[in-house]
Design a protein around this ligand. Structure first.
Ligand code: SAH
Length: 466
């Protein structure tokens, strides 16, 4: 099948361009053209407030008149964006007879060019077109690409162009040069740039250029990524991108299977076990494994449930990496307290009920529950208890003993944000009864405080009980 429209990118800096029409469609086109520094004239009897603003700021010229054929003289590009179809087609005829580029907004076939959806990572531009078949499809595709391409991709392109000549001199052979760039663009240098460490990225590139054989001793890197509480929709763009470029992934029970599924298909998967399970890999062995894999030059994804720095031992895992000088980055995730709160309609703070919120764990390193009880029973405060079900009786008893009202509302949110989410509402006194009466499946989060009473009104996510 032949191409109905041939994609090219065109320079418009200081080019005289005409937009006929003054409504929202016209103003969107004007804003797009402005990004290319075009010299823009708008012809319309009435223009919308956006266009008025642009006129006021001297960015475009407005001629308040009806369109006439003579208006396209001297123009290099015309967009017919009135709501009069006939007029639009007439403008198209005029423009075509003068070989002026013309786009007709409501009738792509009548013009000589169409405007794509653009993913702008200046100087990198990605244009998506469905040949006018479906602007909605183009928009959806664009949204997908937006999530996959880091916002600072343009910086990468600028870095390359700065080093281009030097790399060319150093690697006269084109295959070798390509290999070098591939290595740079897919490794730590690119990641440093995305993470805003521009100077480090540049230093590292310099260093690799200075080496005899830049890739032989290439180190891998580690991504410590928060996978959120379970719903894959709650991943960050960065998390998803790193998940799709890793060579090997280490994950544990807390990471929902739907999330592990999004890791690159051919990445090696290493299950590092369950917390209370004898098959679990001890923490120090996980730390060691991360270092060893990275030293083999691999891009290692350490995927954690929730946020890696909230009861996630993220700090311990990074420690050894830093000692071994292995590049790493840490990507925050939505922590269970936050996910469970939103998905069960229990705000963690509220002007009437709670001015503070404590994230605490009911499971301490030495196995006890030796918490700072007086601090936990302060008024106007919400408690979000991680790993609390095992010690639920002690929790309930001690809170009451230290002064919390026994009728204080409390909730247990099971498997928050997933299809298995259940919310049990009770009081602090009756908390221990819930796991006795119901089969509460892990992981689950306990939320205590007056905010829990809002659940009744604010709950919105209630998956069907299967
Ligand atoms: N780093 C994680 C927490 C790890 S501790 C985070 O930021 O969320 C593990 C505890 O988190 C579990 O025992 C449970 O209390 C809580 N948790 C994790 N995911 C959960 C979920 N989807 N629903 C309810 N609680 C969850």
């Amino acid at each position: 099948m032949s191409m109905a429209n041939f994609p090219i990118f065109i320079k418009l800096k200081n080019c005289p361009c005409l937009i006929v029409g003054g409504g929202d469609v016209a103003s969107r086109k004007v804003q797009q053209l402005l990004k290319a520094d075009a010299r823009i004239t708008v012809i319309a009897l009435k223009i919308n407030s956006t266009l008025k603003g642009l006129v006021r700021n001297g960015l475009i010229t407005h001629l308040q008149k009806s369109y006439e054929q003579i208006d396209i003289e001297q123009m290099e590009l015309v967009i017919a964006a009135t709501d009069d179809r006939k007029l639009n087609n007439l403008i198209a005829q005029h423009a075509q007879s003068r070989k002026i580029l013309i786009n007709v907004v409501d009738n792509p076939d009548a013009g000589t060019f169409i405007m794509p959806s653009v993913i702008d990572r200046n100087p990198v531009m990605i244009a998506v077109s469905t040949g006018g078949a479906s602007p909605v499809l183009a928009r959806l595709l664009r949204a997908r690409l937006e999530t996959l391409i880091p916002a600072s991709y343009g910086k990468l392109a600028r870095l390359i162009s700065r080093f281009r000549e030097r790399v060319k001199r150093q690697f006269p052979d084109i295959r070798e040069r390509r290999r070098f760039w591939e290595h740079i663009l897919q490794g730590p240098v690119a990641e440093m740039l995305y993470a805003g460490q521009d100077q480090r990225a540049m230093d590292s590139l310099e260093k690799q250029l200075a080496e005899e054989s830049p890739y032989e001793d290439s180190r891998g890197e580690v991504y410590l990524v928060g996978g959120g509480p379970g719903d894959p929709d709650l991943l960050t763009f960065r998390a998803l991108r790193l998940m799709q470029q890793s060579d090997v992934v280490l994950y544990d029970r807390l990471v929902a299977p739907a999330i592990v599924d999004l890791v690159r298909k051919d990445a090696e998967r290493i299950y590092v076990g369950k917390e209370r399970d004898k098959h679990a890999l001890p923490q120090n062995e996980i730390n060691r494994l991360l270092v060893d894999l990275a030293k083999q030059g691999k891009r290692v994804l350490r995927l954690k449930g929730g946020d890696p720095f909230i009861f996630g031992r993220g700090g311990e895992e990074i420690d050894l990496l830093s000692e071994n000088d292995i590049p790493f980055q840490i990507v925050p995730g939505i922590t269970a307290a936050s996910g469970c709160a939103s998905y069960s309609g229990i705000p963690l703070t509220h002007r009437d009920f709670a001015q503070s919120c404590l994230f605490i764990t009911g499971h301490l390193k030495d196995g006890t529950m030796n918490l700072n009880w007086p601090a936990l029973v302060q008024p106007q405060q919400t408690l979000a208890v991680y790993m609390g079900t095992h010690g639920i009786e002690i929790l309930s008893r001690e809170l009451i003993k230290h002064g919390l009202s026994e009728n204080m509302p409390a909730a247990i949110v099971q498997q928050g944000t997933t299809g298995e989410q259940r919310t049990y509402i009770t009081t602090v006194k009756d908390l221990p009864k819930i796991p006795e009466q119901y089969e509460v499946k892990p992981p689950s989060m306990i939320i205590i405080g007056n905010v829990v009473s809002l659940h009744e009104k604010l709950a919105w996510f209630e998956p069907d009980k299967s």
